[in-house]
Design a protein around this ligand. Structure first.
Ligand code: SAM
Length: 263
């Protein structure tokens, strides 16, 4: 698993994640609203990224801890918290082995984060372990019919298949319910709508290629096999095929699953 961990850290270090986090903020708002953190409650944000959900919970008066496997993300989260004037206890850590006492959190959430832990059994077990009985849990995952599925299908022939479990598996509600159920959490799963919005398809392409770690690192791999040009062409094709805007701008529907549970 060490090579998968290193690949994750690389993927979320390259690019310019704060740009992506700005797009994804509405999803954190929904997840935080679902768990409704109260003043003085303890909240853990697993895979905190640059702090979107953690900052919202801290602004609600909660005592927030954020962990992320990528040191560069924790550095960005520190800057973000400072700019927003909130205190969050930020730590480099792995969702699969949380350095957090049993049953110590009133709320545990993870926005498009825990789904990247390859050992989903360990990650869901840890999520349940640190949440107190009666505590609230919310996690999100991209739904199986998100626009990026079109892109992945298009480029599947260009690279070797993923070495381990992929975050996409979480996009199937049956799988998600089963995984959380194995950790003793009886989850409710709802599909919610999100859309990536850009001034044009070309702007979407540029943003994904420069800011989004998964695309940046995938293109690095293609470059080393002289296939980057084809990868970029296919990415633009996927963007144009899935774009639902008809005014020259670009709107890519990206439904996601919101899973909630009470421990
Ligand atoms: C798509 S970003 C989401 C970040 C943030 N939650 C947000 O909503 O913007 C995925 C995050 O998961 C983190 N991550 C991936 N695997 C992890 C693991 N095993 N443990 C903790 N964090 C992990 C990455 O470093 C990255 O910051």
């Amino acid at each position: 698993m060490a090579h998968l961990r290193a690949a994750q850290i690389h993927m979320w270090t390259v690019g310019d994640y704060p740009v992506i986090a700005t797009h994804l903020l509405p999803i954190s708002r929904i997840a935080v609203k679902a768990v409704d953190p109260q003043s003085g409650e303890s909240v853990l944000d697993i895979a905190v990224g640059t702090g979107n959900a953690a900052i919202l919970a801290a602004k609600a008066g909660a005592k927030v801890t954020g962990i992320d496997i990528t040191p560069a993300q924790i550095d960005r989260a520190r800057e973000h918290c400072k700019a927003e004037g909130v205190r969050v206890d930020l730590q480099v850590g792995d969702a699969e082995h949380l350095d957090i006492p049993d049953e110590s959190m009133d709320v545990v959430l993870s926005v498009m984060g825990l789904i990247f832990a390859p050992d989903f059994i360990a990650a869901t077990r840890e999520l349940a372990r640190v949440c107190r009985p009666g505590g609230r849990v919310a996690i999100t995952a991209w739904a199986a019919n998100s626009w990026s599925a079109t892109w992945r299908e298009k480029v599947a022939h260009l690279s070797a298949p993923a070495a381990g479990p992929t975050p996409d598996e979480w996009g199937d509600p049956v799988v998600a319910i089963d995984r959380l159920g194995s950790a003793g959490l009886s989850a409710k799963v709802e599909q919610r709508n999100f859309a990536w919005r850009f001034p044009s398809p070309q702007a979407a392409l540029e943003t994904f290629l420069t800011a989004a770690g998964p695309f940046v690192s995938f293109m690095e791999t293609l470059e080393s096999h002289d296939k980057a040009e084809e990868g970029q062409r296919l990415l633009l094709e996927a963007i144009e095929e899935t774009n639902v805007a008809n005014d020259g701008s670009c709107t890519l529907p990206a439904p996601y699953l919101l899973m909630t549970a009470t421990r």
